[in-house]
Design a protein around this ligand. Structure first.
Ligand code: KIV
Ligand code: ZN
Length: 390
């Protein structure tokens, strides 16, 4: 059981849910490379793959199990014996193996995916957990589409799988359907109504179809969940999964939540780049924490405030996530303060009058050109001020 009640376990599924994205497939050596970086970053669990799905996935789980020492290595299965046999075989070299088995919990999945009944599905869930327990002590159960499941039935399922030996119970919002207060209430309901709930860790697994994956995961944590399933850069099925860097930095920034992770946040930017390069998956420039513009200040009002005191417009230090540094981008929206900052940096220390001349010339240039660089500034000084300054 958990020793520190405020410690949030980070379960990384970049190599399983993340790798399901079309065009993102990795070779086994590439997965090993990322897994080693995840270990250095301090993640608690690495979901290494879905071994029954393909020989490649099976082999990756074997190689990751050999390559990684500290994190738990987890393999996904459906709730059937063959999947579990294959996963257990793939995990044979793992120092800390976990089988992640589960089945649909919403009536939609029960009826139209499994053509079954709530009672039958409950039995299959319990059987799967008991069967996985023959191989490993650590069994995580997922109640797929829990976001749309009937809450009383979900609670019954959670209680039954914990009684069967599940150490972690995953409550996936598989379709990214919930609002944060709805997802948080589900977790609270389970905490308050499942009598053996304290024998397992509750896990949040949220998808981003409505852009709420991170908000929902945080709501889950605020209501008692202590594991978050997430991916680097938020990659994953459709609109993606909860983004690890966002959850980790929210917990670090909002100390009043009283929750913490084991993540070495200074490694975040580097692993974000590793994942985008190896997976051929660009990151949008305005992506929180790791996007190219995450620490770029471009409007005159912001630049002026930032230059007076960075904390006016900076809630996270770039160095905290290993980001090179904040940038003051020169555009037609920039003010004199930002221009002076860059001219000073280049060694052009202008008095007030010359700065006014430079600023007028700068605005003309910025209106006609996207992005002003150092060469542009040096030329501008040479053209408009050389005679006056000499
Ligand atoms: O989104 C989901 O429900 C999943 C499960 C397989 C855990 O990825
Ligand atoms: Zn998922």
């Amino acid at each position: 059981m958990l020793h520190d009640p405020n410690r949030v376990h980070i379960f990384d599924t970049t190599l399983r849910d993340g790798e399901q994205v079309p065009g993102c497939q990795l070779s086994t050596p590439q997965k090993v490379e990322i897994a080693k970086s995840l270990e250095l970053l301090g993640v608690d669990v690495i979901e290494a793959g879905f071994p029954v799905s393909s020989p490649g996935d099976f082999n990756s789980v074997i190689e990751l199990s050999k390559a990684v020492n500290d994190p738990i290595i987890c393999a996904l299965t459906r709730a059937n014996k063959n999947d579990i046999d294959v996963a257990a075989d793939a995990l044979r070299y793992a120092k800390r193996p976990r089988i992640h088995t589960g089945i649909g919990a919403s009536d939609m999945h029960i009826k139209t995916k499994f053509n079954s009944t709530r009672e039958e599905i409950l039995e299959r869930a319990v059987e799967a957990v008991k069967y996985a327990k023959k191989y490993v002590e650590d069994v995580e159960f997922y109640a797929e589409d829990a976001g749309r499941a009937d809450i009383e039935y979900l609670a019954k399922m959670v209680e039954a799988v914990i009684a069967a030996g599940a150490t972690v119970v995953n409550i996936p919002d598989t379709n990214g359907y919930c609002l944060p207060d709805q997802y948080g209430s589900k977790i609270l309901f389970l905490k308050e109504n499942v009598k053996n709930i304290d024998q397992a860790i509750i896990s949040c697994h949220c998808h981003n179809d409505l852009g709420l994956a991170t908000a929902n995961s945080i709501a889950g944590l605020q209501n008692g969940a202590r594991q978050v399933e997430c991916t680097i850069n938020g990659i994953g099925e459709r609109a993606g999964n909860t983004s690890m860097e966002e959850v980790v930095m929210i917990l670090k920034t909002h100390k009043t939540l009283g929750l913490h992770t084991n993540i070495n946040t200074q490694g975040i930017y580097e692993i974000s780049h590793q994942v985008r390069n190896l997976m051929n998956m660009p990151v949008q420039p305005n992506k929180a924490i790791v996007g190219a513009n995450a620490f770029a200040h471009s409007s005159g009002i912001h630049q002026d405030g930032f230059l007076k005191n960075r904390e006016n417009y900076e809630i996270i230090k770039p160095s905290d996530v290993g980001f090179p540094d904040a940038t003051i981008v020169l555009t037609a929206r920039s003010g004199r303060h930002a221009l002076k900052h860059h001219l000073d940096r280049l060694g052009h220390h202008l008095d007030k009058d010359n700065l006014a001349i430079a600023y007028t010339a700068f605005l003309d240039l910025a209106d006609s050109k996207q992005g002003i660089n150092d060469d542009d500034l040096n030329q501008l000084v040479a053209l408009h001020l050389a005679t006056k300054l000499s």
